[in-house]
Design a protein. Sequence first.
Length: 95
Amino acid sequence: MSRQRTMEAILASEYVTIGELVRLTECRYSTLKVYTEEGMLPFKQEEEKLTRRYQRKESVERIQMIRNFREAGKTIPEIKKILRRVDGECVCFNK
């Protein structure tokens, strides 16, 4: 079992895990997992079996953007379309 990093260490890091994003954003793990699987939340992964790493600052901003769209009544497909435009038509982030 791994030890959790302190919030100070997380805030000082460029990359965080999905569990640390949960702590930073107070968003449910399952929600972030869906955002990741739908290609809405970009991550880096060195090898197939290694932990996914998310850019802390960009990911927190992205999650807030998605939340704002959800609160405005947008569906996941609508949000994905908007995000593709925002990202300059980049559809897949994890490659």
